[in-house]
Ligand binder design. Structure first.
Ligand code: AMP
Length: 283
């Protein structure tokens, strides 16, 4: 595996690969890699000639400085796992390589409605930060295929919009990959490393609430389903940001459903000050 720290060096390498007609797959991450991340790498390896993984804990997407400070870093283990996976390239840039003009200079991406709901509402500025880093990374790597996890459902929609806004949709194919879960259903996440034993045990309730929503949507009202799922979470000790049900393609929140269109249930909640998110597509 080749390790690049400089954007210019990586870009030159990529240009050389593309001159030789080699297909580039890209998996952007913030590190503390787990099997969910590695499943994206595997997908990329099987569909491309070269796979690039980036590890960059992006400061501009953290609306809570404490969350950034506590974000898990396991870089030696990550490099070991990436080597073992067969990943071709790791991009591990310092902050100034991504933000040569500093992190205070903010760009403004027209995300419309997506920025006003769910994660957009509860984490102001978060998606602007995601777009800043993704815009820069995509210009450096200019991949043929981009791999993202459904685990971050709204983020996938935001990045899709970014790609369309910038015209990169003509060259980049977006691949959304299924959520990898622990054996008890908890969605794998780097933040799970911050859960103590008790919180880890309770965290599975998030998955069970999603299963409850999925199985109850046909015989209960939307509002009752949401209220009951929220009750399950608060009873287990979660502090809930939201339990919502929305159109799967639009993220328009719904308050009634007759089973016709594809919807998605989304949850964000804190357990022991660790904020977890998860979602499940229904129908
Ligand atoms: P992160 O390092 O959390 O920013 O995630 C990097 C990429 O991995 C994003 O596209 C995530 O959606 C994806 N990802 C994170 N957790 C999972 C998971 N449990 N299963 C599949 N993909 C995931």
């Amino acid at each position: 595996m080749i390790l690049f720290k400089r954007a210019g060096d990586l870009h030159k390498y990529i240009e050389e690969q593309q001159r030789n007609d080699l297909k580039i797959g890209f998996v952007p991450t913030m590190g503390a890699l787990h099997p969910g991340h590695l499943s994206l790498i595997e997908r990329s390896l099987s569909g491309n000639d070269r796979t690039v993984c980036s590890i960059f804990v992006n400061p501009t997407q953290f609306n809570d400085p404490e969350d950034l400070r506590k974000y898990p870093v396991t870089i030696e283990k990550d490099i070991f796992e990436l080597e073992r996976s067969g990943c071709d390239v790791l991009f591990l840039p310092p902050v100034q390589e991504i933000y040569p003009e500093g992190t205070d200079k903010r760009l403004n991406f027209d995300l419309g409605y997506l920025e006003t709901v769910l994660e957009g509402k509860f984490r102001p500025g978060h998606f602007q930060g995601v777009c800043m880093v993704m815009d820069r990374l995509l210009k450096i790597v200019s991949p043929d295929n981009l791999y993202l996890g459904q685990k971050d459902y709204q983020q996938c929609m935001v990045i899709k919009r970014l790609i369309n806004l910038s015209g990169m949709d003509k060259t980049i194919h977006l691949n959304i990959c299924p959520t990898f879960r622990e054996s008890d259903g908890l969605a794998m996440s780097s933040r799970n490393l911050r859960l103590n034993e008790e919180a880890r045990e309770k965290a599975t309730i998030m998955y069970r609430s999603l299963l409850f929503i999925k199985s109850s949507m046909y015989n209960m009202s939307v509002n009752n389903v949401k209220a009951e799922a929220e009750r399950m979470l608060t009873n287990a000790g979660f502090r809930v940001d939201y339990v919502e049900i929305a159109g799967a393609d639009t993220l328009n929140l719904i308050d009634s459903w007759n089973g016709d269109k594809k919807i998605v249930a989304l949850i964000a909640a804190f357990i022991n000050n660790v904020r977890l998110i998860d979602n499940m597509i229904i129908n």
